[in-house]
Design a protein around this ligand. Structure first.
Ligand SMILES: [Zn+2]
Length: 179
């Protein structure tokens, strides 16, 4: 941040405000404290009626060409369920029904929190988009583990398999501590 988003001043200092415990960017002109907090990514693990999972080949960076679950950044003024449905529609053209929260995944150093919902297809329709150059359903034995885009996806897929085996509970929370 080079300028205060409140008053436009460039007189910014990083310091621990009174009563706080972490350094913040503080505007010395208008005294606004600029808090930086993690961003929320919402998405879906979508199953068809054959218990196969939808993966999308990424048409955009980062991890161009790798497979991932449809997901993206939550917008302001949007609920997490609404955001997950929107991301699925934008990336795959599919309309799905949410079944419940599947995984929460912290990527600590990237300032990201993933919320992945389990969902089912409402019909057979999906389509390629600029964000998804290939869309395919995979059985558990077919998952291309070496080509999965993000560890958050790997965590969600592993939890799906564990849930299918009856070895774990309904919701899992994971963390990646990047160096
Ligand atoms: Zn200011």
């Amino acid at each position: 941040m080079n300028y205060c988003s409140h008053c436009g001043s460039s007189n910014l200092e990083t310091k621990i405000p009174e009563g706080d415990h972490l350094p913040r960017i503080v505007c010395e002109n208008c005294e606004t404290i600029h808090y930086l907090n993690p961003r929320t990514i919402v998405g879906c693990l979508i199953l068809n009626d054959k218990n196969e999972v939808m993966l999308c080949r990424r048409g955009i960076e980062p991890r161009l060409g790798f497979w991932n679950l449809p997901a993206g950044f939550l917008e302001n003024n949007e609920g997490v369920e609404e955001g997950a449905l929107r991301e699925v529609l934008e990336e795959t053209g599919a309309t799905v029904k949410l079944k419940g929260l599947h995984t929460i995944y912290n990527v600590i150093k990237a300032q990201q929190v993933y919320l992945i919902f389990e969902a089912s297809m409402l019909d057979d329709h999906y389509e390629l988009t600029p964000e998804s150059t290939e869309i395919k359903f995979f059985a558990q034995s077919e998952i291309p583990w070496d080509e999965i885009a993000f560890s958050s996806n790997v965590f969600a897929l592993n939890h799906w398999i564990a849930k299918s085996n009856g070895t774990t509970s309904e919701l899992a929370i994971g963390t990646l501590e990047l160096k």
